[in-house]
Design a protein around this ligand. Structure first.
Ligand code: N01
Length: 865
């Protein structure tokens, strides 16, 4: 490495790698780098190793991941030599462990203690980092790694008058090494996150009076500390390597069983049993996964939340205090839940009092106490347990300058942007261990740190082996990762909370979801894949040139991808291999088990007279008082399969979101009734619905045609025909992933020919059963070939991974060119079928919400959203 670099730059850096921080991450990284033959130097602001466990010495400080798992797993020898004393170790024991690790691998000799890295600047010409320390030293290095932790920069007390107080002031995260004796003192604790909740019971044991100032109550469950859980210890003893591997491939970095049980729909006694067991287990990993849907479904989440509130009421004797301690402003798990030892019971003690800042906010801190809108509390000591500038604080607080002279703080002014939470464009050879955009704080940090350190160390070795000296992500890869991370968060309840995960605790901090919520297992698969695909999304360079495999590692929505994987497991025959009758029966079987969609006010079946007989319809009416606009809907199914109920979940969803009556009408199908039978039926349905709007509970002149896939083809066609016939008048046309042209020769056909349910083969099957080859270019089969002016406004929805994507886009563009107002909803990460999977593919909801908002805008009689 150094030799190659020297050749390139003519100058050898002082070291290969600078490592900032000597906690779990910095220690293990130094160990790996040394073993791989790199020259590395560590810098640590504290006087010794330990990182967060060096600083957070407040009473009661413990880990909240069982020590069977909150430990290094890279060296079986190390594991044999160290035995944890309890289920959740106290801070002194964890600090001793890290000191033991530092001694065992003789790591201190590479670390300069009591020294902060204040500045790091990339010198592009020399291809190295110039680092300036608080000790006045300047060091050059090829690589710069921030192993500075996610929760290491305390949030400064931002309370009026805080600097006037003349008594003792302590920050939980900067606790005096000699400890603090509160005996006989009147103490205030401000903050009720993990630090407050852990320290309050112990401070209460000493203090003469303890007043807890709570702004937001947090969910906490008892840690049930004691010996490590027998089941875990046994599994670990039986096969340590297998246990560690299970942790590495688990959701949180702690082995556990995933449940398929949902909160909604499970009998009360079963739910109760599971919740009580989770309460008894006293593990975050267990209580956050009692139900498979508690992180995404508000109703299911409320079951867990109310269970915990009930427990609080059963412990705290004063009902008013119990209520004040009961969280009601955020979903369970969306703020980090706490593990406690006697927290709630502490409020039963006569000298402990809770002040609820939501009803009586602090007005100021004075020289001798704290004043709220209601009272003045005299105190001797204030303990601030007010949290951290999490995840990005430690990174942007150092003056880090990239290639173009811009700083990291400037680049991240609107929120962090990373590739894999490891690197960021414009900052070559700069790594963050457990940076934003990686599982980090949502996981067992020990496991996530090890994974990141291993990835970085392996990457540096790979670079050296290839004679490369620099690495940097590409803009495309970074943007793709940011989007994927945001997509993962968007399907959960997390973004709804004012949490530090969202940056909400620090005034002015950008509100985005900082960690990656796709799971330790999912993330590890990505990181491994990136490396296996020749560092996909990274650009490497060195004296011998450059190499780059650009691309986006995860492009499908996470739940779309999960559904596709589940389908692949079923090993289904190709759909186009089944005769139509068999395919119809097969689809009916699949549909039988799906969620039916949201509740509507009324569902009514009827028939209308089509040109060749009765056409069945199903009407969905909103619960709101009518009359409503009417959406005439044509189902998908390639003109071959489906009927008026086959898209029921989508119709219900549309009905509720758009507050419109949806009339889903069947039509004749191929091959029994070929083109133009379906068009004739659709046209007849339009005339009938327009003529019967009042009876259907619809508003006059508020009619829209809509459809999905082949149904959207029919909707587009009847809109053209209605124009030509001079009516009925339409307010709009909603075309969800429409078929608009029969050529099947677009780029999206080539890209998505295989693999996403609607394949090119399936589409060919549909066309062949529907329409004679020589008639496919008629506008009634390929509406893109029709006259497009003077048509009602259109909402065109396309999905990224759909053979029909480009013809949908082409239709939207052609309509626009013809002067028709068009709203184009681009469902990124979705397939042809996934948008309609209501209640299964949750990521579709926001696109359906977007569709409904456009629909409401076309239908001014509907209530505003
Ligand atoms: O910090 P926090 P923490 N006036 O941000 C309140 C990890 N950790 O140090 O929610 C009044 O959670 C604030 O109120 P609000 C763990 O991941 C782990 O406790 O902003 N109150 C909140 O109640 C944890 O999640 C362990 O309305 C103010 C509290 O202060 C993370 O670190 C132990 C205020 C801050 O809670 C952070 O935990 C400790 C103000 N001006 C920490 N400003 C383990 O068990 C803030 N608050 C391993």
């Amino acid at each position: 490495m150094t030799e190659a670099a020297a050749q390139q730059t003519g100058r050898e850096p002082d070291v290969d790698v600078v490592v900032v921080g000597a906690g779990f991450a910095g220690l293990y990284l130094l160990h790996r780098l040394r073993a791989a033959g790199f020259r590395a130097r560590g810098f640590e602001a504290a006087d010794d190793v330990g990182g967060t466990w060096y600083w957070n010495r407040y009473p009661g400080a413990r880990c909240d991941i069982p020590t069977t798992d909150y430990t290094f797993g890279f060296d079986p020898e190390l594991e044999r030599e160290w035995t944890w004393s309890e289920k959740y170790a106290q801070q002194p024991e964890i600090l001793r462990y890290l000191q033991f690790v530092a001694d065992r691998y003789d790591l201190r000799r590479d670390i300069t203690f009591g020294t902060r890295v204040e500045e790091a600047a990339w010198d592009d010409a020399a291809g190295l980092w110039r680092v300036r320390t608080s000790g006045g030293e300047t060091v050059t290095s090829r690589f710069h790694v921030m192993a500075t932790g996610c929760l290491s920069v305390p949030k400064q007390p931002d309370i009026e008058g805080a600097d006037r107080f003349r008594g003792e002031v302590h920050l939980t995260s900067r606790w005096p090494h000699e400890g603090v004796d509160f005996t006989g003192k009147r103490v205030a604790v401000i903050g009720t996150g993990s630090s407050g909740i852990q320290s309050i019971p112990l401070i209460a044991q000493q203090a003469a009076e303890l007043t807890v100032f709570q702004r937001t109550p947090n969910f906490s469950i008892p840690a049930h500390n004691g010996p490590a859980p027998a089941a875990r210890v046994e599994r670990l003893a039986a096969d340590r390597a297998a246990y560690r591997e299970a942790g590495r491939w688990s959701r949180m970095g702690v082995p556990g069983e995933a449940t398929e049980l949902t909160g909604v729909g499970t009998p009360e006694d079963v739910r109760r049993e599971r919740l009580e067991a989770a309460w008894e287990a006293g593990e975050l990993q267990v209580i956050t996964s009692v139900f498979a849907d508690q992180g995404t479904n508000p109703e299911s989440n409320e079951i867990v939340a109310e269970f915990i509130r009930e427990k609080i009421r059963s412990i705290v004797t004063d009902p008013e205090t119990a209520e004040a301690l009961s969280p009601r402003d955020h979903y369970f798990g969306t703020k980090r839940p706490c593990l406690d030892t006697g927290y709630y019971a502490t409020f039963n003690l006569p000298h402990v009092r809770l002040v609820d800042l939501r009803t009586t906010p602090i007005t100021t801190i004075t020289e001798t106490g704290i004043e709220t809108t209601e009272e003045s509390v005299e105190i001797d000591a204030i303990v601030y347990a007010t949290g951290f500038d999490a995840m990005t604080g430690a990174l942007v607080n150092v003056d880090i300058t990239g290639r173009d002279g811009g700083t990291l703080a400037e680049k991240w002014a609107d929120g962090p942007s990373t590739y894999l939470g490891l690197m960021t464009t414009g900052f070559p050879n700069f790594f963050a261990i457990t940076g934003p955009g990686s599982p980090s704080v949502l996981s067992n940090m020990a496991v996530s740190i090890e994974q990141h350190v291993d990835w970085v160390a392996d990457c540096l070795i790979d670079l050296r082996d290839r004679g490369m000296t620099t690495i940097e992500p590409t803009p495309q890869a970074e943007e793709g990762w940011n989007r994927h991370a945001a997509d993962c968060a968007a399907i959960t309840l997390h973004p709804t909370a004012n949490s530090w995960y969202m940056g909400a605790n620090v005034p002015g901090k950008p509100r985005v979801f900082y960690p990656y919520i796709g799971g330790v297992d999912g993330y590890r698969a990505v990181a491994d894949e990136v490396r296996e695909r020749d560092y996909l999304g990274f650009r490497m360079s060195g004296p011998d040139g450059e190499r780059c495999t650009d691309g986006v590692v995860r492009r499908l929505q996470p739940d779309v991808s999960a559904v596709l994987e589940a389908m692949a497991q079923l090993d289904l025959p190709p759909l186009e291999s089944m005769p139509p009758e068999q395919l119809r029966a097969f689809m009916d079987t699949l549909n039988a088990d799906r969620p039916q969609g949201p509740d509507v006010g009324e569902v009514r079946d009827g028939v209308l007279l089509g040109p060749a007989g009765d056409l069945a319809y199903r009407l969905f009416r909103p619960a709101s008082p009518g009359p409503h606009p009417v959406v005439l809907y044509f189902h998908g199914g390639g003109w071959v399969i489906g009927d008026q109920v086959s898209d029921e979940p989508l119709c219900r969803d549309l009905c509720v979101r758009a507050d419109a009556v949806v009339v889903s009408v069947d039509y004749r199908h191929g091959p029994e009734a070929r083109y133009p039978a379906a068009v004739e039926d659709a046209e007849a349905a339009l005339h009938w619905v327009a003529a019967h709007t009042g009876e259907l509970g619809g508003l006059p002149d508020q009619l829209v045609v809509a459809g999905w896939s082949a149904g959207a083809n029919l909707a587009a066609v009847v809109a053209q025909r209605a124009r030509d016939a001079g009516g009925p008048a339409l307010r709009g046309q909603l075309l969800i992933t429409p078929v608009t042209d029969s050529t099947m020769a677009t780029g999206s056909y080539r890209e998505n020919a295989e693999g996403y349910v609607l394949t090119a083969g399936v589409m060919r099957y549909f066309w062949d059963h529907y329409c004679d080859e020589d008639r496919r270019s008629e506008p009634a089969a390929s509406p893109l070939r029709g006259r497009l002016d003077d048509l009602p406004p259109a909402i065109v929805v396309t999905a990224e991974f759909d053979p029909l994507r480009d013809e949908g886009i082409a239709y939207a563009e052609a309509l626009r060119a013809a002067g028709v107002p068009v709203e184009h909803v681009n469902a990124h990460g979705h397939t042809h079928t996934s948008l309609s999977m209501v209640g299964v593919v949750l990521s579709g909801a926001r696109f359906r919400a977007e569709i409904a908002a456009h629909l409401r805008a076309l239908l001014p009689e509907t209530a505003p959203v």
